[in-house]
Design a protein around this ligand. Structure first.
Ligand SMILES: [Zn+2]
Length: 132
């Protein structure tokens, strides 16, 4: 009985191959994913760009739902840039989808607050940096 436990079954090899393949694919995907260096924030028709290297907290005044209790200063979303990552710290939207979204940092990743028409997208601006 003990000998049998030491011998790999054919199924184990296949399983190992699958695991190795998955790890390899994940690793290559990570290598290909470009780290963004700026974040583009669109509120309604206005777009602002912020650097990801600077930690900051941005108060956004998005479209207010008629059902919503407007805060006195009109701030609907608070976006935070911290250690190269971006996340929605708080929002007054009913669904809270944007707040629950994981922090983003890779080129092309987005956080959207649909009720407020707030779009946050990580972008890469390497070409412009080389020019400087
Ligand atoms: Zn939201």
């Amino acid at each position: 009985m003990q000998d049998k436990k030491l011998i790999f079954k054919k199924g184990d090899y296949i399983f190992a191959m699958v695991v190795v393949s998955v790890v390899l694919v994940l690793f290559l995907t990570q290598l290909n994913a470009k780290q963004g260096n700026q974040v583009r924030v669109t509120v309604g028709k206005q777009t602002e760009t912020y650097s990801l290297t600077e930690n900051r907290r941005i108060s956004l005044r998005g479209k207010m739902d008629s059902q919503e209790q407007a805060s006195s200063d009109g701030v609907t979303n608070v976006l935070v840039i911290e250690d190269g990552q971006v996340y929605m710290e708080s929002a007054s939207c009913p669904d809270q989808v944007c707040v629950k979204h994981k922090p983003i940092y890779q080129d092309g990743e987005m956080i959207i607050c649909l009720p407020h028409q707030v779009y946050v997208e990580v972008d890469n601006d390497i070409e412009n940096d080389i020019d400087n």
